[in-house]
Design a protein. Structure first.
Lengths: 117, 113
């Protein structure tokens, strides 16, 4: 069955420290991969996506993610966390050729990031 | 325009009321989606429209009725809801195949009393 696992429910880091959020997926073929961020009561904002090509993907707000096919992982990283990064982070996958009846996003359960001053 | 706009942002309705949620995008996306999100949970897919036709209904109760009047608009009609239907309702859109990912609106916070 298709699934996305985010093993960390809640992570707390100090402001200025580095961050890595883990994401593993189970899928028949390499899917499209996404990281979204959600502030309380808000919608989801796309941080970055991987479709193909370079396995290190740069996103907005200084985030990057690395796709590792051998580990079925797509971990999100940031070298220096800011207090405004505190939010819920969702990893998601979609089948290649997604859209409409061809498939839809499958979300992980999310990781809540807290930032200590 | 790179946004998905949802109205209203907040809605309180009684269990006998009829209300509608509205979603609009002008990115030329031909797939549009309704998601339901409960607190501290990931979004759950409800409906998918592709080229203005309903293509996926994830066994959603009939008290939720989607409508796609044109390629830019998506509505969700609500009737006889239950308190457990209180949630954040998110609209999203994407290109038909491949593309730049799903774009989400900021959601409608629905409270059923």
């Amino acid at each position: 069955a298709q699934s996305v696992t985010q093993p960390d429910i809640h992570i707390t880091v100090s402001e200025g420290a580095s961050l890595e959020l883990r994401c593993n997926y189970s899928y028949g073929a390499t899917p499209y991969l996404f990281w979204y961020v959600q502030s309380p009561g808000q919608g989801l904002q796309l941080l970055l996506k991987y479709f193909s090509g370079d396995t290190l993907v740069q996103g907005i707000k200084g985030f990057e993610a690395e796709f590792k096919r051998s580990q079925s992982s797509f971990n999100l990283r940031k070298p220096s966390v800011h207090w405004s990064d505190a939010a819920e982070y969702f990893c998601a996958v979609a089948p290649q050729g997604y859209g409409g009846s061809q498939g839809n996003l499958i979300f992980g359960k999310g990781t809540k990031l807290s930032v200590k001053p | 325009d790179t946004e998905v706009t949802q109205t209203p942002k907040h809605l309180v309705m009684g269990m006998t009321n009829k209300k509608s949620l509205k979603c609009e995008q002008h990115m030329g996306h031909r797939a549009m989606y309704w998601y339901k999100q409960k607190a501290k949970k990931p979004p759950e897919l409800m409906f998918v429209y592709s080229y203005e036709k309903l293509s996926i209904n994830e066994s959603v109760p009939s008290r939720f009725s989607p409508e796609c009047p044109n390629s830019s608009l998506l509505n969700l009609h609500l009737h006889a809801l239950q308190p457990e239907d209180s949630a954040l309702y998110l609209c999203a859109s994407s290109q038909r195949t491949g593309g730049d990912g799903y774009t989400f609106g900021s959601g409608t916070r629905l409270t059923v009393v």
